[in-house]
Design a protein around this ligand. Structure first.
Ligand code: FHN
Length: 499
């Protein structure tokens, strides 16, 4: 049987082990009935406190996946893990014909060589600041269970490596110093923990072991709140297994405890589920957590899908690799224009866009990540007012790009420049405010605005044309800022003929 067929069969078996995650991100179908719930939401929807107001104005965030998986970089001794493991940070689960002999043992001992001599948290934080990130989500512990901080509750932690120092503290201090809010990523599931199980604990022995695991999880989270009091939130992951889903009472009480210990703490919808196993949204369709945390490598197609909730979308540059990958060949890796398009799609629908970085085993970002970070920063430096604190504009969708609005101004970030350089803005006919002046953020130049009442029968809109100079050179998306004002008198029109 040839290798490719063998790999295909393996992947099929591998995929069958993992339940397809419930489709929670998409058009919201509100449940018809309402149930009495003991473990529904803890916080009110749409918190208006200062921490949550900051969250909904971030715009751009940085995700950093960094841990022992950065050492192999999705391959080992020249053999690629592609086809043998899921994303690069899942390399410990490498199975099948390409997996190295005794791989799990080899992986479990990688901590003995973890010594990122190039790591400089201040350099990372300055790069994130220059890029324009307003928050960072850092992996303190991924599914392999390795703690990037000197946890009292496991020896499988950074203090046992040649590096020794508390990486989480270095990150928190460096990003705090740059004014970037820090959220700690925490994976619930732990592949290497003897007390963890994916299935629901059934026997007395399993229940005892899993109870120990839950206590360990609580201890580590309280330890992180104690060690890093300046953090703004937790970004939980790995909460899909039956063992965690059946522990709804524990997770409800743990969330309450974390929030009590850290007022203003922000926790997304991925942390827990209600007693019926409903994740992200409870059985009554209410958000479980402070924001919808399911948009991972996917974006909403329509503003209505968000149902007015806060949300963020997390995105990889390679197709699906969060941890470091040495080899990006053969993959479509997003470029700066892709990222800017996704950023503006999110902000135009009141979401934050979070770009992932996967540093290597020495503490360096991938060169492509450095390039994209610099280019995004250059673009945001010019166009920032259309992003930070900007909100969804209730207008017909533009075919030229994405609308945002702030303090009475309307912004259009143009990705699709028309051949006639005429940017036509559709405004509802009964709108109280229409574009009266326009300028380009890239150079401050004023653009002419003309009312174009096309007179399409049955049309609910009227139109305002903004003319770009034919000589305007643009090689990146650009932003038109529109000052809004009272519409002039109705444009003249002939009486309707009989039809
Ligand atoms: O399994 C993880 C994966 O490794 C990665 O951390 C992403 C990031 O959002 N979360 C899980 C997949 O949904």
């Amino acid at each position: 049987m040839n290798k490719r067929l063998l790999c295909a069969i393996f992947l099929l078996i591998f995929a069958m082990q993992f339940p397809v995650s419930a489709q929670w991100t998409g058009r919201k179908e509100k449940p018809t009935g309402q149930k009495e719930l003991r473990y529904g939401p803890i916080t009110e929807a749409h918190r208006t406190d200062e921490a949550m107001e900051r969250f909904r104005n971030y715009g751009l965030g940085q995700f950093i996946h960094w841990g022992l998986y950065a050492i192999p970089g999705n391959e080992w001794e020249g053999v690629s893990a592609r086809g043998g493991a899921a994303a690069s940070e899942w390399i410990r689960s490498w199975r099948g014909p390409t997996a190295p002999k005794n791989w799990a043992t080899t992986y479990n001992n990688l901590y003995k060589q973890f010594n990122p001599t190039d790591f400089d948290a201040k350099r990372w934080a300055k790069q994130a600041k220059a890029m324009g990130a307003k928050y960072v989500i850092f992996t303190t512990k991924h599914h392999d269970g390795f703690a990037m901080w000197p946890s009292k509750y496991t020896d499988y932690n950074i203090s046992q490596t040649p590096y020794k120092k508390d990486i989480v503290k270095e990150i928190v201090d460096a990003y705090d110093a740059e004014g970037i809010d820090v959220f700690l990523y925490f994976s619930i599931l732990e592949w290497n923990n003897p007390n963890y199980m994916s299935a629901e604990p059934k026997t007395a022995e399993e229940k005892e072991r899993f109870a120990k695991f839950l206590a360990y999880t609580r201890n580590q989270l309280l330890e992180q709140l104690e060690n890093y009091p300046s953090i703004k939130g937790f970004w939980f992951d790995g909460t899909w297994d039956r063992s965690w889903v059946q522990a709804a009472e524990f997770t409800y009480n743990l969330e309450k405890e974390l929030r009590t210990k850290h007022p203003g703490l922000i926790i997304g919808s991925r942390f827990r589920n209600d007693e019926y196993g409903k994740r992200h949204f409870d059985s009554n369709g209410r958000l479980l957590g402070d924001y919808e945390q399911g948009w991972e490598r996917k974006l909403p197609a329509d503003y209505s899908w968000l149902d007015g909730n806060d949300w963020d979308a997390v995105m990889t540059i390679p197709p699906n690799g969060w941890g470091y990958m040495k080899d990006w060949s053969g993959l479509y890796c997003k470029d700066t224009d892709d990222i800017l398009d996704m950023l503006m799609q999110c902000v135009s629908m009141n979401g934050n866009f979070v770009l992932n970085f996967g540093p290597d085993g020495l503490g360096n970002m991938h060169p492509q990540e450095d390039k994209i970070a610099a280019e995004i920063g250059q673009w945001l430096a010019v166009n920032r007012e259309a992003i930070y604190g900007a909100k969804h504009a209730d207008l017909p969708v533009s075919k030229f790009g994405y609308y945002t609005q702030k303090q009475g101004n309307l912004y259009l970030t143009v990705f699709n420049r028309p051949v006639n350089n005429r940017i036509r803005i559709a405004i509802q006919k009964n709108a109280a405010a229409v574009p009266v002046r326009a300028q380009l953020l890239m150079n401050g130049s004023t653009l002419p605005v003309h009312h174009a009442d096309i007179g399409l029968d049955l049309d609910k809109n009227t139109y305002y044309d903004i003319q770009l100079p034919a000589a305007l050179e643009t090689d990146r998306p650009f932003v038109i800022k529109m000052i809004m004002g009272v519409p002039n008198k109705k444009a003249d029109k002939l009486m309707d003929a009989k039809t």
